[in-house]
Design a protein around this ligand. Structure first.
Ligand code: IPE
Ligand code: IPE
Ligand code: MG
Length: 275
């Protein structure tokens, strides 16, 4: 059967309908975090160099960012380069840095026009000067925006984040600014690189790997996990909508019990429970 081909206008209308359905079905997460994985395998499966996959992955970043802005997601955090990724061959690291600088230059205006505010977490000062310059310019260019917050995790790792928070808190204890007994969950959250960002409700990992790879270790404590076999360069908005749909079907209990069960257990006497 011949596939139905839609014009751009028809496609945009179909997309708006899908987005409206999604919003009607349930809550759209405020914060989605994504481990964008599988670029290398996507390229190698096509007989191409891994760098080709990274390049193709930029199109997914654009599409997912745009879709998140349209459906009202407030924060999107993308794991773009981990602390451990510095251990890859120099040629791949260089290709990634080059691609990042180029994409930032190309996309900054687009982000501005879509009311998207760019920010970063991680050790950006480890990046080449050119990348740092492009990042600064893109952040500056979008600083007045108040729509979607796009947060790029660059040279980031969860353990690095927690270690830095511990150092900052220790310093405050040393200066007598805070008592050790006063340190709680909120103190730690407030000293992480994500201090002003709520924890993600949904974490997506592409390419079928079932691990966190040192991403947002503290912040993901109660995030819903969604793992898809799809490689990042093939992950587009329809897949994102599927992930959100799956999120909407979850019963988020946070260690407690769901409402129906609460009613049931209220009718139980202590005696019934212990006999
Ligand atoms: C994710 O894709 C991009 C980065 C980690 C920078 P990979 O490069 O890890 O691709 P695979 O997982 O090897 O296929
Ligand atoms: C995680 O992917 C890091 C990013 C997506 C930036 P990796 O490909 O580096 O993770 P591992 O090696 O499979 O755990
Ligand atoms: Mg990988």
């Amino acid at each position: 059967m011949k596939p139905i081909s839609l014009t751009n206008k028809e496609q945009a209308t179909a997309d708006k309908e899908l987005q409206a359905d999604l919003a009607d079905q349930g809550e759209i997460p405020d914060h989605i975090a994504i481990i964008m994985d599988g670029n290398g395998r996507w390229a190698q499966n096509r007989g191409n160099l891994r760098a080709y996959g990274h390049k193709a992955g930029v199109n997914s970043v654009r599409d997912i960012t745009e879709a998140c802005a349209q459906i009202g997601v407030k924060y999107l955090t993308l794991y773009a380069f981990s602390t451990e990724n510095w251990g890859r061959p120099k040629i791949e690291v260089n290709a990634l840095m080059h691609l990042m600088a180029r994409s930032l230059r190309k996309e900054a205006q687009n982000l501005k026009e879509n009311n998207i505010k760019l920010q970063t977490i991680g050790q950006v000062d480890r990046f080449p000067k050119k990348c740092q310059r492009e990042l600064r310019e893109a952040i500056l260019c979008t600083k007045e925006n108040d729509g979607l917050h796009l947060c790029l995790a660059l040279s980031y790792s969860g353990r690095w984040d927690i270690t830095e928070a511990v150092k900052k808190i220790s310093q405050r204890v040393k200066e007598g600014d805070i008592e050790p007994d006063e340190i709680d969950d909120e103190t730690i959250s407030a000293h992480l690189s994500t201090a002003r960002i709520p924890d993600p409700e949904l974490i997506i990992r592409t390419s079928g790997e079932y691990r966190l790879s040192n991403f947002l270790l503290w912040q993901l404590a109660y995030s819903e996990l969604y793992i898809t076999e799809t490689y990042w360069p093939d992950f587009r908005r329809n897949e994102l909508y599927k992930a959100i749909q799956s999120f909407q079907e979850r019963d988020r209990r946070f260690g407690e019990i769901s409402e129906n069960n609460t009613k049931e257990s209220m009718n139980l006497s202590v005696q019934e429970l212990t006999s």
